[in-house]
Design a protein around this ligand. Structure first.
Ligand code: ZN
Length: 450
C-alpha cells in the first residue's frame, strides 16, 4: 500500500469509527444542562401516593409514641429487631409512658448495629430535613421529641403531604380518616374471608354484621356486604395481604369442595382451628368469589408481593409468579404487584410484559433499597409499557417517613431518567413524559381518582 493510499484508508477508518460511536443512540444527543432540568421537573411534579398506613393525626395525640419513636413504627422497628432487639419490647417502646431518653436507652445498642440500613437512613433524613436534628443520641432525642409534639399541634399532617410532598391523592390501607375525604381514598382487605380456618372466625363475622352465617351462601353474602360497604367508603383498590399467612397459589375450587370444608368448620367447636392446607378449598373459593366482586365493580386488585414486614415470614409465599393462573383467568381485572416485588424484580418484568392486566407498583421499595429501586426502575423502563408502572407510595405510618422516602424516590427517578438520556435511550421530552405518567397519570387512571 503506498503512503497516500494508507493515509486515505486511515482517515476513512477514523471517520467510520467516530460515526459508529453514536450509532446505537436511539435519540439525538441531549442539549446541555438536561440533568438539572430533569431533576427540577421531577421535583416539581404533583404526585399520587398509592399506598400508606397512616395513623389518624387526632389519634396520635392520645398515644404514648408521639415523640422520636413515632418514626420507628413498622420499618425502623423491624430493623432494630433484625439487629438483635427482643421483639417483646414493642409494647414498652410504643405504649408505655417512657421519656424519650428512656426509649433511646432501650434502642441505642440496636440502633448502633443498624443505623446503616435504608429503613433507618429514611428516618434520619426526616429528622434532619423536617426537625433540624442531624444525629440520634441521648442529648438529641429530647429536643427532637419536643419539636415533633409541637408540630402535631398544627396542621402538620396535611402540610407535609399536600405542600411539602405535593401529593394530590393518598391511597390509605385501612379505616377511613375523618375529614380527609378531599384527598384520601382507600385500599380495603378481605382477609377475614380469605384466611378462614375456624368456626370462631365465621361467628365473629356474623356478630360484626349482625346477621347469622349458617351456609356457604351466607358466608359469601357476608363478604359481598362488606365489599359493597367498602365501595361506598371510597375503596379505590382491593388489597390482598395474605402472603403473610399463606401462599399466593390459588386453585379454582368446586363449590361442593368449599361447602364441605365450610360445613366441617361450622359444625366444629369454637376453638377448633384447621391448617391453611386443609382450609384451602374454602379459602381459594372465597378468593375467586372476591375476584368476581372486583370484576363486577371494576375495582383493581393489588397483591403484597415479595419482602414481608416483621419477622419469620416465608418469602416463598409471596412469590408473584404463583399468580400466573389468576392473571390469565381474569383478563378484565387490573392486578397490581406491590413493593416492586422485592426481591422478585426480574419476575415482575416478565409478568408485566406477559400479561396486559398486570401492573407494577414501587411503593415502599425505595426505603427497602434505593439501589434495587434504581436498578429495577431502569430495567422496567426498558421492559414494561410505561402505562403499567406506578412509581411512588410510602407504606408508612407517619408523614415524616413519606416525606423522606419521596425525596429519595424523586432523586432516583431523576437519576434513572438522566442515565437513559445520557445513553441516548430516551429524549429529554420522553423522560419528562415518563416521570409524569409514573408519578401521577397511571395511578389516577387505574384507581379512577378525581
Ligand atoms: Zn402496606
Amino acid at each position: 500500500m503506498d503512503k497516500v493510499k494508507f493515509r486515505l484508508t486511515c482517515v476513512i477508518l477514523v471517520i467510520f469509527a467516530s460515526s459508529g460511536k453514536g450509532q446505537d443512540n436511539i435519540v439525538l444527543s441531549p442539549l446541555q444542562g438536561y440533568e438539572q432540568r430533569i431533576s427540577k421537573y421531577v421535583d416539581s411534579l404533583r404526585i399520587i401516593d398509592t399506598h400508606e398506613h397512616l395513623f389518624d393525626p387526632r389519634y396520635l395525640k392520645q398515644t404514648n409514641f408521639l415523640d422520636f419513636i413515632l418514626l420507628f413504627q413498622q420499618s425502623g422497628y423491624d430493623d432494630l429487631i433484625s439487629a438483635g432487639m427482643p421483639d417483646t419490647l414493642f409494647n414498652t417502646l410504643f405504649n408505655k409512658p417512657l421519656t424519650p431518653v428512656q426509649k433511646w436507652k432501650i434502642i441505642e445498642p440496636y440502633w448502633k448495629n443498624s443505623f446503616n440500613t435504608s429503613f433507618n437512613r429514611t428516618i434520619l433524613l426526616a429528622f434532619k430535613n423536617l426537625y433540624g436534628i442531624t444525629d440520634l443520641n441521648a442529648s438529641t432525642v429530647g429536643p427532637l421529641s419536643e419539636r415533633i409534639k409541637k408540630a402535631y399541634n398544627t396542621d402538620w399532617f396535611d402540610r407535609i403531604l399536600r405542600d411539602s410532598c405535593r401529593i394530590d391523592f393518598v391511597i390509605q390501607d385501612g379505616s377511613n380518616i375523618v375529614g380527609k375525604d378531599d384527598y384520601f381514598r382507600y385500599s380495603k382487605r378481605f382477609e377475614s374471608w380469605l384466611t378462614v380456618k375456624s368456626k370462631f372466625r365465621i361467628d365473629s363475622l356474623a356478630v360484626m354484621q349482625i346477621e347469622p352465617i349458617y351456609t356457604l351462601e351466607d358466608f359469601v353474602k357476608s363478604m359481598r356486604i362488606a365489599f359493597e360497604d367498602a365501595v361506598k367508603k371510597r375503596m379505590a383498590v382491593v388489597k390482598i395481604n395474605i402472603a403473610y399467612k399463606r401462599s399466593l397459589s390459588f386453585e379454582k375450587t368446586e363449590t361442593e369442595a368449599a361447602r364441605k370444608i365450610f360445613r366441617s368448620l361450622v359444625n366444629s367447636d369454637e376453638g377448633h382451628v384447621i391448617s391453611n392446607k386443609e382450609a384451602s378449598p374454602l379459602q381459594d373459593y372465597m378468593f375467586y368469589q372476591l375476584l368476581d366482586l372486583a370484576g363486577k365493580y371494576r375495582i383493581p386488585v393489588a397483591f403484597h408481593t415479595g419482602f414481608q414486614a416483621g419477622k419469620g415470614n416465608i418469602i416463598g409465599n409471596s412469590d408473584p409468579t404463583l399468580l400466573t393462573n389468576v392473571f390469565s383467568a381474569y383478563p378484565d381485572i387490573n392486578f397490581v404487584l406491590y413493593h416492586g416485588g422485592y426481591p422478585y424484580g426480574g419476575e415482575l418484568s416478565t409478568l408485566a410484559k406477559n400479561y396486559p392486566n398486570v401492573h407494577i407498583d414501587m411503593n415502599w421499595v425505595y426505603s427497602i433499597s434505593p439501589t434495587y429501586s434504581e436498578r429495577y426502575l431502569s430495567e422496567w423502563i426498558e421492559t414494561v409499557p410505561v402505562s403499567k408502572l406506578m412509581a411512588f407510595g410510602g407504606d408508612f405510618r407517619c408523614v415524616e417517613n413519606i416525606y423522606s422516602e419521596l425525596k429519595i424516590a424523586r432523586r432516583i427517578i431523576s437519576d434513572v431518567l438522566c442515565n437513559k438520556i445520557r445513553e441516548g435511550y430516551l429524549s429529554e421530552a420522553e423522560a419528562r413524559t415518563i416521570a409524569k405518567i409514573i408519578l401521577y397519570d397511571n395511578a389516577a387512571r387505574l384507581y379512577k381518582l378525581k
